[in-house]
Design a protein around this ligand. Structure first.
Ligand code: GLC
Length: 680
């Protein structure tokens, strides 16, 4: 799709004009019987009564945690476990397609019923005689149940309290759980902390999934998908239909005089957010289409059909529901409910996100260009451009999508585009964002103003940019990805979330991933100290703080986003450590957190260079602190379950990039070439 853009778009779902969306989408589905019946995707209350309080949706029966643990490596529905996740997900070969077909905007999702279940990690059991198999399973089950009891006995007081608080934070909609509040701090004004944040919910979701509670995650995934359609405006500007919200709230409105209440979901796309920041990691601008086209969709949906509509010629801003996609894959892998990701509306949702996310723009880099404050750091902190955090989540979301998109004629272009982008993105980040002793020394000796294809200093970085703190800080062993890269600009700050997700998603090479953990070990006092983990290091101070943050009193040096310590980063650190076979580091960090969190009433963040004080304006009883702690504990107990979020190195992707770098005949494109060209 291009800027003047016309695009054939087959939309299976997603009514989105003001009239329609405002009336039908956010409300309790069963209140709109006839209309909603046309939409096959809503989790519907089975009893068609009018008011929420009178029509609780029956919850599906719960499975035991042990049973869910087994389901984490559940075989595909046809029993054909696929050991290589790439087999199904890279049906279109990697490698750039010069001037290739970028029209992956045509989204057809056809013949889903006939589609084979999606990728499953190797969970294959050796064939066994039925009777023996049943006996073995019974014994295993008993053992698992016993170890469950043992684990339950071992649950610390902090864990028990954390579970109680997490459950207390659950929000229901039409009687079903749909998310968790960001914080329940009775002492301070909640502002928007009484909402369900997409990114904040991820650790809650993980804790629930690991505990065997799937329903809340499923509901969350579906409801947030449908909130993409909500109408939103910032003053006189309507930023685009389809944006996934940063957060939402369940509101109740009294109906009539008999005390009945009606519930609806009220999303916040950034139009009320402090600073009006766009939540790139949680959602993104998807598509902007006219009311007429939307009306057509509604009519067509009413007939239960999928059609190609429109030649849509609006500017489309594109950024993705990165966390949403990542969570969708994790949910599928642990629950075995692959049917959810195969649903037409969900497939269409993924493709629409990607369609716009991968569209051509003015940019010369494969990284996503975003504004300041578009991720976990949602205030001005000088991270506009190509911040690492967004790139790592983008890479991970692309890999998740590649696994989940059902291969068909209609999806081959988007799969090809994903592969191309993955190759280019991993090359770019591995090569240009990496900083270690050797690289910093190289930069120190850079020549500038090189005009040629073969320039060494491609981004014209002036060596004077190497900050004083880095000269002493960079360890002999290990390294990290810098925070941001632009022409003549390297942000050398260490950002934890981006580095951890680079490990988790295999955006980093195995060597780089080891290097990042080495650096964290080496700089333990700076990055972990009294509370894991620093959101970034070091803090901006003095004039730099004044200019970069706009004198933000919340982001003063070593507070909040500016070098504060965020316990919610713990679960991501745990994942990275487990993936790299170094769980002892995570255990050490969790023990530090466990010493303080409950006593300190589960703060959102800590201040000071070593994280000694509870943050100045920190909320207490912050849900993602609580959930992050629980998820970390559960991951350590069940390290094999880390695979619902992690990825392994994919040499095929590197092959694609090696081919284009080699500028030589196809024969040179091999894994060996990839290894030699790309920093493995
Ligand atoms: C703060 C954080 C943001 C989080 C929100 C709700 O604004 O910066 O990342 O999502 O609080 O907890």
């Amino acid at each position: 799709m291009n800027a003047t853009g016309s695009m054939g778009l087959a939309v299976a779902v997603r009514p989105c004009c003001r009239l329609i969306a405002a009336q039908i989408l956010p409300r309790c589905p069963h209140q709109h019987g006839r209309r909603i019946a046309a939409l096959p995707f809503f989790p519907r209350c089975s009893r068609g009564r009018r008011h929420f309080s009178r029509c609780p949706c029956p919850l599906p029966p719960r499975r035991s945690a042990a049973a869910w643990v087994r389901a984490a490596v559940a075989p595909a529905r046809d029993g054909a476990a696929v050991s290589d996740p790439r087999r199904l997900s890279t049906s279109v070969g990697p490698g750039p397609v010069p001037g290739g077909d970028k029209d992956f905007g045509r989204i057809f999702v056809q013949g889903l019923a006939a589609v084979k279940p999606l990728v499953i990690d190797s969970g294959e059991q050796p064939p066994a005689v039925e009777g023996e198999k049943a006996k073995k399973e019974a014994v295993e089950e008993e053992e698992e149940d016993r170890s469950e009891v043992a684990k339950a006995r071992l649950q610390s007081e902090s864990e028990k309290e954390a579970w109680r608080l997490l459950k207390n934070a659950v929000v229901t909609y039409c009687g079903s759980p749909v998310g968790t509040l960001a914080a329940i701090d009775p002492a301070v004004e909640l502002l928007n902390y009484d909402q369900v944040f997409i990114r904040d919910f991820v650790p809650s979701a993980l804790a629930f999934l690991l505990k065997g509670e799937m329903e809340i995650v499923r509901n969350f995934l579906l409801h947030t998908l449908h909130l993409q359609s909500w109408e939103k405006t910032v003053d006189c500007y309507s930023p685009g239909q389809g944006l996934m919200p940063a957060s939402f709230k369940v509101r109740s409105v009294a109906q009539g005089s008999n005390g009945e209440v009606e519930e609806f979901l009220d999303p916040d796309f950034g139009e009320s957010a402090i600073g009006r920041v766009a939540p790139v990691d949680s959602g993104g601008h998807l598509i902007k289409i006219s009311g007429v086209v939307c009306f057509l969709i509604e009519v067509v949906l009413g007939m239960g059909l999928i059609v190609t509509i429109g030649r849509v010629s609006n500017s489309c801003l594109s950024l993705a529901g990165l966390w949403w996609i990542i969570l969708l894959r994790a949910y599928g892998k642990i629950s075995g409910d692959y049917a959810l990701q195969e649903r037409i509306d969900v497939q269409t949702g993924i493709k629409l996100i990607l369609n716009l996310c991968l569209s051509d723009g003015f940019d010369m880099f494969p990284t996503l260009l975003v504004t300041d404050g578009s991720c976990m750091i949602d205030r001005r902190m000088g991270i506009h451009g190509h911040p690492l955090e967004i790139q790592a989540l983008f890479y991970c979301a692309l890999r998740c999508s590649r696994e989940m998109i059902v291969a068909s004629d209609g999806s081959k272009n988007v799969l090809r585009a994903i592969n191309n982008r993955l190759s280019a993105l991993s090359f770019h980040i591995r090569e240009y964002y990496w900083a270690d002793m050797k690289k910093v020394n190289e930069i120190y000796r850079y020549k500038t103003e090189e005009y040629s294809q073969d320039a060494i200093n491609k981004f014209n970085i002036y060596p004077e940019q190497i900050p004083g703190w880095l000269v002493d800080w960079i360890p002999e062993k290990g390294g990290y990805f810098i925070g941001n890269l632009q022409p003549a600009h390297m942000d050398f700050r260490f950002f934890s979330l981006g580095n951890l997700w680079a490990i988790i998603s295999s955006l980093a090479t195995p060597k780089q991933a080891e290097g990042i953990l080495d650096l964290i070990e080496d700089k333990w006092d700076d990055l972990v100290g009294n509370m894991p983990l620093k959101i970034c290091y070091p803090a901006l101070e003095n004039e730099e703080w004044r200019i970069t943050t706009g004198s933000d009193p919340k982001n003063t040096p070593w507070s909040y986003h500016n070098g504060g310590s965020w316990p919610t980063l713990l679960w991501q650190f745990t994942l990275a450590c487990i993936k790299m076979g170094r769980p002892e580091s995570a255990r050490k960090a969790i023990a530090i957190a466990e010493n303080h969190l409950s006593n300190d009433r589960w703060p959102e963040y800590y201040d000071t260079p070593t994280g000694r004080f509870i943050g100045k304006q920190s909320r207490l009883y912050q849900t993602w602190t609580i959930a992050g702690f629980l998820a970390s504990k559960l991951l350590l107990e069940n390290p094999e379950l880390a695979s619902i979020l992690t990825f392994e190195e994919d040499l095929e992707l590197l092959e694609g990039c090696a081919c284009s770098l080699a500028k030589s005949p196809r024969i040179k494109c091999s894994r060996r070439a990839a290894k030699s060209h790309i920093f493995v």
